[in-house]
Design a protein around this ligand. Sequence first.
Ligand code: GLN
Length: 490
Amino acid sequence: MELYRLTAHEARDLLRKGEITAVELTEAVLRRIEAVEPQVRAYITVSPDTALAQAAAADQRLSAARRSGEVDTLPPLLGIPIAVKDVISTRGLRTTCGSRMLERYIPPYDATVVRRLRAQGAVIVGKTNTDEFAMGWSTENSAFGPSRNPWDITRVPGGSSGGSAAALAADEALIALGSDTGGSVRQPAAFCNLVGLRPTYGRVSRYGLVAFASSLDQIGPMAKDVLDCALLYEVIAGHDPHDSTSIAQPVEPVLPALNGDIRGVRIGVPREYFGEGIHAGVAEVVRRAIAQLESLGAHVEEITLPLTRHSIPVYYLIATAEASANLARYDGVRYGHSATATTIWEHFTRTRGEGFGPEVKRRIILGTYALSAGYYEAYYLRAQKVRTLIRREFEQAFERVDIIAGPVAPVLPWPIGWVMENPVQAYLTDLLTVSQAIAGIPALSVPAGFHEGLPVGLQLVGRPLDEVTLFRVAYALEQVTEWHRQRPTQ
Ligand code: GLN
């Protein structure tokens, strides 16, 4: 078997036994990148030299531990090649956010998640493509051009963490980090037959994540199977004094819960998640996956979440308002793109005019409008009130059920170019992933099957800080299905 096809846990076992080295594994992944990148375009920056140096350091740790008989105490991601979405700061490694604005920006510090990965000895292969500042659905809004879906090269891999998803589906990394403000980990995971988790808001530090909408942004793990996703989650989750919204509670261990037993788990299936606008093929695949969970002993019942239909306007008011404030810092004075001009105002105008793409500009304009005097109460404040109602609606649902299940995206991966022609329709495809972000609750995407050769994801939504139940149910499904083992022919 080609080494780049391994999951992280398979590679971990072989590394510990000394059957492969981290350098061999990293070289295999780098060769794979060279072979498929011309078609897939998952990465904005690949960093072979630093990756190989990290792999060599990992090999030293591995052989020292083997000599002293202590391999079992080594960190699980030691020597494992990982891809990092290009909105997460990496010291010394360019971090563009998919934007001309930061085309040459090299962060002077690591995000907390990256620091933790480096401490484990994980091998950072490169930075993956993203919609500009994570605003989008498909990587079509990236200033560096779209990534392709390895399942069908003419289609999008989803977004905004589409580069990470494409990299995993094409075996250009073993695991990956994404970020999810309103679906950006879950939707590309679903489009590329992967597992992806949006953790509870505050469970994973946002320190070093370039801000899009601060009350919604979360970093999340993406992987080829549930166990890998859990391993990465356990590394990045936990309190961080650098992020004031980070939760100071211990992280419940996931691995002991992965035993395949889900008898008695109560699963709510919202009627609204199968209503108007949901592709019939997607609905059918997801219903079949839920029936499989039922056959494993889960109790499935229909529930209703009527506020779902308000989640898109609420999300796009809050997200654009926060984005307009967060992106004010790109003024060409402190860092990032800086235009030449004769007056200070011309300098600001040109810098931002040249540096930002059309979707980012659209959102800054919308958000600035929603926050302006006279409109604030009518838009932003009202959206915050509905946000509270959406959160309560979930709380009430979780009095009856343990998790909520449905599709991740209402549609299949679309042909490249569609977003550019239908920017406003694209907003509607966020229907099933924004309400969990609004409520701050965890949600996981797991492969559910295929429709016409394209992957479909099942979404599992849980109570705050109950990531463990999501992993447990997803793992049980994985044990009785083979979807996650299917690879694109690419
Ligand atoms: N598609 C949503 C948006 O465009 C979510 C993006 C994200 O989660 N970063 O805002």
